[in-house]
Every structure is written in structure tokens, then in C-alpha cells.
Design a protein around this ligand. Structure first.
Ligand code: GTP
Ligand code: MG
Length: 273
């Protein structure tokens, strides 16, 4: 049996799973769990010390699922405490705060911490990950938009939800889809089912959209040297247009990236004789 396959008492009926929360301190991990389990929100920040543990029961189709939730502290200080809790996990709730770019950028480091602690024999392929873009109620401070978060999640084959622990938006839908996916995974022999979204765009498309987002000017966006000729600009444009055309590319953010490329080409051609 795979190392992190869950324990079953009665095959086909009850199931015990382990779920952990991950993400920087103060992004709202504990509040998301509290909102779902206790239907309430606490606005005062009470940092989790080490790990909080809870058990809940949910029903998925004909199965009763006993969920052991390990809510981790995000502060680096608790690394030593966290590292023994990564193993034998079937589901990870990966949280960032849409108003804190650092917390989004840190998601890769969280995956790396987990991978390192699982060791060379640990397998992250048979774990369901759900990414929560949290605090969407704080619209004024938002700096990571939906397409950026969705692109990161979906290009890794992870689920993605926009959530607010404060208003409750997205929380039930997130947990419901998360638990159904874990049950599907268990019934699929421990293999993560391929989601439509992860199968529908390529790594090249995802990387190109990210590169376009982070480009510093129109030259950079088209991937040509400053001072390039009309021909070079047109050639680069055509390549990107084929890759990102909204009729062909369904990666999150492709429409905006395509528009940006069209505008960059127009701006450059205006000034090239
Ligand atoms: P650590 O336990 O330190 O890792 O933090 P955490 O990720 O568990 O954060 P926690 O759930 O304790 O929430 C941190 C702060 O953010 C608290 O003051 C919460 O009230 C607030 N908060 C959490 N979720 C939301 C949300 O969706 N919207 C708003 N506006 N505030 C939130
Ligand atoms: Mg916490």
C-alpha cells in the first residue's frame, strides 16, 4: 500500500483521512478551518502555537469520512514542530492572503518544506492540494489577482478557491470539493485524478503568461532586444499570438496576456521605421 493511503475500517464505507493546513503566518488558516467547523469568525489574531488538532466527520456520497485536521503554525519559528506532521497526509489546504504578495510567493517554499520533510521516498503526487486565495473581502488591499493565483494552482494540478473566512465566501464549496477529491483519490488507488483544467494548458503557456506579467517594457514582453526590427517584432508577436490566442489557450490570464502582447506590438511598430 502507498505510504500515505488512508486507513480504512470498513472498505467502501467509512474512511479516515489526514488533512493539514499550510501557508505563511496570519494568512487565515485557522480562521478558514474555524469558519467551516464552527461557523464563526474571530477577528483578533491568535497565532497558532505549533499545531492545533481537531477531528470532524463529513459525508461524501455514501461514505462517512473522519477527518483529522492538523492546523499548522505558519511562523518560521515552528519549523521543528511542523516537520513531523507532514507524513501520511491525504489533503493539504495551502493558504495565502490576496493582499500579501509575499504570502503568495512563499507557496513554493511551503511545498519545498513539505517535500524535504517527506524525504526521498515521500510522494506528493498522491495528495490533494487545494489553494485558498484568502481575505478576498479586503478588496482595497488586493495585490494578487485571481488569474495569477489560479494559474499557479492549476498548472500544478491543484484545486483553487477564492475564500473569505470573514464572510464565509467560498469556504463550504472549497471543503466540499476538497473532500470529494480526496475520496476520488482514495477510490482511484491513491492517484490524483487528472482535473480538466490541469490537462488543458501547457507549461509553456503558463510560463509565458507569467513572463508577460513580469515584463518590464514592450520589448521585454515580446521577448526581443530593444531596437529590434519590424520583422523581428512581428515574428515574436506571431509566435506569442499562436501560443496565447484565447480561442486556443484556456490558461488563466491568457486573455489579458494576449491583449498585452497586441498592445506591445502596436506600441513598438509605431516607433520603428
Ligand atoms: P498562524 O496560526 O500564525 O500561522 O496564522 P493563521 O494563518 O492561522 O491566521 P489566522 O487564521 O489566525 O488569521 C490571521 C488574522 O487574519 C486574524 O486577525 C483573522 O481575523 C484575519 N483573517 C483571517 N481570515 C480572514 C479573511 O478572510 N478576511 C479578513 N478580513 N481577515 C481574515
Ligand atoms: Mg493559525
Amino acid at each position: 500500500m502507498e505510504a500515505n493511503m488512508p486507513k480504512r475500517k470498513e472498505p467502501g464505507k467509512s474512511l479516515r483521512i489526514k488533512v493539514i493546513s499550510m501557508g505563511n503566518a496570519e494568512v487565515g488558516k485557522s480562521c478558514i478551518i474555524k469558519r467551516y467547523c464552527e461557523k464563526r469568525f474571530v477577528s483578533k489574531y491568535l497565532a497558532t502555537i505549533g499545531i492545533d488538532y481537531g477531528v470532524t466527520k463529513v459525508q461524501v456520497r455514501d461514505r462517512e469520512i473522519k477527518v483529522n485536521i492538523f492546523d499548522m503554525a505558519g511562523h518560521p519559528f515552528f519549523y521543528e514542530v511542523r516537520n513531523e506532521f507532514y507524513k501520511d497526509t491525504q489533503g493539504v489546504i495551502l493558504v495565502y492572503d490576496v493582499g500579501q504578495k509575499d504570502s503568495f510567493d512563499a507557496l513554493d517554499a511551503w511545498l519545498a518544506e513539505m517535500k524535504q520533510d517527506l524525504g526521498p521516498h515521500g510522494n506528493m503526487e498522491n495528495i490533494v492540494f487545494v489553494v485558498c486565495a484568502n481575505k478576498i473581502d479586503c478588496t482595497k488591499h488586493r495585490c494578487v489577482d485571481e488569474s495569477e493565483g489560479r494559474l499557479w494552482a492549476e498548472s500544478k494540478g491543484f484545486l483553487y478557491f477564492e475564500t473569505s473566512a470573514q464572510t464565509g465566501e467560498g469556504i463550504n464549496e472549497m471543503f466540499q470539493t476538497f473532500y470529494v477529491s480526496i475520496v476520488d483519490l482514495c477510490e482511484n488507488g491513491g492517484k490524483r485524478p487528472i482535473t480538466n483544467s490541469s490537462a488543458s494548458f501547457t507549461k509553456e503557456q503558463a510560463d509565458t503568461i507569467r513572463r508577460i506579467r513580469n515584463s518590464k517594457d514592450s520589448w521585454d514582453m515580446l521577448g526581443v532586444k530593444p531596437g529590434a526590427s519590424r520583422d523581428e517584432v512581428n515574428k515574436a508577436y506571431r509566435r506569442l499570438a499562436v501560443l496565447l490566442h484565447p480561442d486556443k489557450c484556456v490558461a488563466p490570464g491568457s486573455e489579458d496576456a494576449f491583449k498585452a502582447v497586441v498592445n506591445a506590438r502596436t506600441a513598438l511598430l509605431k516607433n520603428i521605421k
